[in-house]
Design a protein around this ligand. Structure first.
Ligand SMILES: [Zn+2]
Length: 420
């Protein structure tokens, strides 16, 4: 009995009194149950039993034939993978905290306890991983709560300190809006910020874009009129995720205020108070469009999607709203049209009533989630020596989340705590 011998050896050479050494057993022929070592003092969460499906362990064998370590990629031959593969025998090395498995396909694998623990199948560990490492859990807010939820970071610190960069991106993920202060007044700020995270997301309107009143503007935003609440580019399947709006010159006229609404909060309200409106807005596909030309290149963008987009679990994935950029084509059955208009009018009314108004100052960079927040602007008047001038750019969530995970691993390594 190799297992029993190994346990006896472990007991004899470990100094702290062990109530129970590391052990493992096969359960129901297909699963492997790992019982981490428990000392008298450590009978808590660290010592809880971990159960792993054998097929998953075999699929995740770390040996050089199954796993390419320099690319951190699986290289198991999946053309011949048998989902019926199961463990035949286990061996535990308590001193090295390793589990060795002999499989029904004649293969052998070894796993570190720490590696196993970080991939625990228990619900609490999985939701901690999903809400911390995968994507931070969002927190929704009403306009009246804006001053409590908005965080402000120094542009210089975000550019030079990883902790500040991490705090900015995390707050952006959780609340959907963050203000950066003290940026220089040159046109390169949004590019430098985007490149600090990853890279700029290019759109029909270029990489950086200037929001300034222009006579004969080809985009509705490039007027000094009030700009009603909207999300940018709803007519893209891959809608740019995050707006960076750098205020270089602010208007001295009364207007030019930013309006912001957390549309996830508006959707929450509809869901609770008027579920029939919520249902229609989350099920009725709307044609969003944008037609024009930029730098001599013609475009005709269309994307069909509901106002409130949900994933399979009912979580919000994206909000679409734009009065100018909603197509006159509306490809739904006749009977759905009027009810949809009633629901959409309610959504717009709730959003307008909730909008928080504030005015950025030169050197501020307003950063917000374009999949979630509605933004707008009050009208303003330019004068000969005061012309409102905002430079914008977009970042995508894939790039931001990736940066956040890399930062989390790097910073937790530096502080000696575990990241996934
Ligand atoms: Zn292997």
């Amino acid at each position: 009995m190799m297992l029993a011998q190994s346990i006896r050896r472990t007991i004899s050479h470990l100094s702290p009194p062990m109530c129970r050494p590391l052990s493992a057993r096969i359960v129901d022929k297909v699963n492997i149950e790992v019982q981490p070592a428990q000392t008298g003092a450590d009978a808590g969460a660290g010592g809880a039993v971990l159960t792993f499906p054998g097929v998953w362990l075999r699929d995740n064998c770390r040996c050089p034939a199954c796993y390419h370590s320099s690319s951190q990629s699986r290289q198991l031959d999946w053309n011949h993978f048998d989902p019926g593969v199961h463990p035949l025998a286990l061996h535990v090395d308590a001193a090295k905290e390793q589990l060795h498995v002999r499989w029904s396909d004649a293969h052998e694998s070894s796993f570190e306890l720490d590696w196993l623990r970080r991939r625990s199948f228990d619900g609490q560990s999985q939701s901690a991983y999903l809400n911390d490492f995968y994507r931070p859990r969002t927190s929704h807010w009403a306009g009246a709560q804006f001053e409590q939820i908005v965080q402000r970071f120094s542009y210089d610190q975000v550019m030079s300190e990883d902790e500040a960069l991490q705090h900015w991106l995390k707050a952006l993920a959780v609340y959907g809006v963050v203000l950066l202060n003290g940026a220089p007044l040159d046109e390169g700020v949004v590019r430098r910020l985007a490149e600090r995270v990853g890279f700029i997301r290019r759109t029909t309107y270029g990489e950086e874009f200037i929001v300034q009143a222009k006579p004969g503007a080809k985009n509705y935003a490039y007027l000094s009129l009030p700009l009603p609440l909207h999300t940018d580019l709803p007519y893209y399947e891959y809608k740019p995720s995050v707006n960076l709006l750098h205020c270089v010159v602010q208007t001295q006229s009364r207007g030019g205020s930013n309006l912001l609404v957390d549309a996830y909060h508006i959707a929450d309200r509809l869901r609770q108070e008027q579920p029939e409106h919520f249902e229609r807005l989350s099920r009725t596909p709307v044609d969003w469009n944008d037609i024009g030309s930029e730098d001599g290149r013609e475009f005709h963008n269309i994307w069909r999607a509901p106002v409130i987009c949900l994933d399979a679990d009912g979580n919000y994935t994206r909000i679409n709203h734009s009065v100018p950029q909603r197509d006159s084509h509306f490809n739904v059955p006749l009977g759905q049209v009027l009810p949809w208009y009633e629901s959409y009018a309610r959504f717009v009314q709730l959003a307008r009533g909730d909008a928080y108004s504030f005015k950025t100052q030169p050197g501020d960079v307003l950063t917000f989630n374009n999949l979630r927040l509605l933004h707008g602007r009050t009208g303003y008047d330019d004068t000969a020596d005061n012309s409102r001038y905002i430079v914008g750019a977009y970042l995508d969530w894939d790039i931001i989340y990736s940066r956040l995970r890399v930062l989390k691993k790097r910073l937790s390594k530096a502080s000696g705590t575990a990241a996934a």
